[in-house]
Design a protein around this ligand. Structure first.
Ligand SMILES: CC(=O)SCCNC(=O)CCNC(=O)[C@H](O)C(C)(C)COP(=O)(O)OP(=O)(O)OC[C@H]1O[C@@H](n2cnc3c(N)ncnc32)[C@H](O)[C@@H]1OP(=O)(O)O
Length: 215
C-alpha cells in the first residue's frame, strides 16, 4: 500500500515534486498546504487544503510523511523553517527521487532530499538534508552537497566538488573538479567555476568571479 504524504508548497517546484512522486508507486499525495493559495484549488491534480497551521492535525489524522515542495533560488530559509516544523511534529521526511534518474549504489543522503528527472549521481556522493538536485544535473563522484543547497537544472558538478549549506548553483553552471563553493553563496546561471568561491558571495560568469556579498 502507498504511504500517505502531505506536500508543503504549491508553486512551480511543487509541480516537479508531484511529477517525480508520480514516477514511482511509493507515496499517495493527500494534499498541499500553502497559505498563498486558495483552499480547494488544485495543483497538478492535488488539492490545496489550507496553510501549514494544519500540520499537527494532519499528523494526528495518520499522515506521517511530509515533503517540502517550496522551491528556492538562493536563500532557502522558508524550506528550512518548514522542514524543522515538520520534524518537530514528528513527520518523516523521505527523499523524493525520480524514477528517471541514474543513481550510484554508493550514495549517502540526509532527509528530505529532492532528486529530479534525468539527473545522474556518481559514487561516493553525499547529499545533505533538504538539498535539491534539479532536472538534468550531473553530480560526479565524491561530491559533497550541503544541506538545503540547490543545484538548479542542467548543472555539471565534476568530481570531488564541495557545495556549502544553502548555496545555489544557477541553472546550466559547471564547477570543475576539486573546487569548493562556500555556504550561502549564489552562483549565477550559466557560470563556469574554475576556482573556489567563498561563503556568502554572489559570483557569476565564465570564468565565474565573486561580484559582491550575498546575504
Ligand atoms: C526549475 C527552476 O527554474 S530553478 C531556478 C533556476 N534559476 C537560476 O538558477 C537563476 C539564478 N539567478 C541568476 O543567475 C541571477 O541572474 C543572479 C542571482 C545571478 C543575479 O540576479 P540579480 O541580482 O537580479 O542581477 P541582475 O539581473 O540585476 O543583473 C545584474 C548584472 O549582472 C549580470 N548578470 C546577472 N546574472 C548573470 C549571470 N548568470 N551571468 C552573467 N552575468 C549575469 C547582468 O547582466 C547585469 O549586468 P549589467 O549590470 O552589466 O547590466
Amino acid at each position: 500500500m502507498k504511504k500517505k504524504l502531505i506536500l508543503l508548497g504549491g508553486g512551480g517546484h511543487a509541480e516537479s515534486v508531484i511529477d517525480t512522486i508520480h514516477s514511482k508507486e511509493e507515496f499517495k499525495i493527500m494534499g498541499i498546504l500553502d497559505s498563498s493559495k486558495s483552499r480547494g484549488i488544485t495543483v497538478s491534480g492535488i488539492m490545496v487544503l489550507g496553510s501549514d497551521d494544519l500540520l499537527p492535525d494532519i499528523y494526528r489524522r495518520g499522515i506521517k510523511y511530509a515533503a517540502i515542495a517550496v522551491g528556492s533560488v538562493g536563500k532557502p530559509q522558508t524550506r528550512i523553517r518548514l522542514f524543522e516544523e515538520c520534524k518537530a511534529i514528528g513527520f518523516l521526511m523521505p527523499c523524493i527521487i525520480d524514477k528517471r534518474s541514474a543513481l550510484s549504489g554508493d550514495l549517502h543522503m540526509g532527509d528530505g532530499v529532492f532528486i529530479g528527472r534525468g539527473t545522474s549521481i556518481g559514487p561516493g556522493v553525499t547529499l545533505g538534508d533538504g538539498c535539491i538536485i534539479n532536472s538534468g544535473t550531473v553530480v560526479e563522484h565524491d561530491c559533497v552537497i550541503g544541506s538545503f543547497a540547490h543545484a538548479a537544472p542542467g548543472c555539471i558538478l565534476c568530481g570531488n566538488v564541495k557545495i556549502g549549506n544553502n548555496a545555489h548553483i544557477g541553472a546550466g553552471s559547471t564547477v570543475i573538479q576539486n573546487r569548493t563553493i562556500g555556504s550561502n553563496s549564489m552562483i549565477g546561471a550559466g557560470s563556469l567555476v574554475l576556482s573556489d568561491i567563498s561563503s556568502n558571495k554572489l559570483a557569476y560568469g565564465s570564468p565565474a568571479r565573486e561580484v559582491s556579498r550575498y546575504e
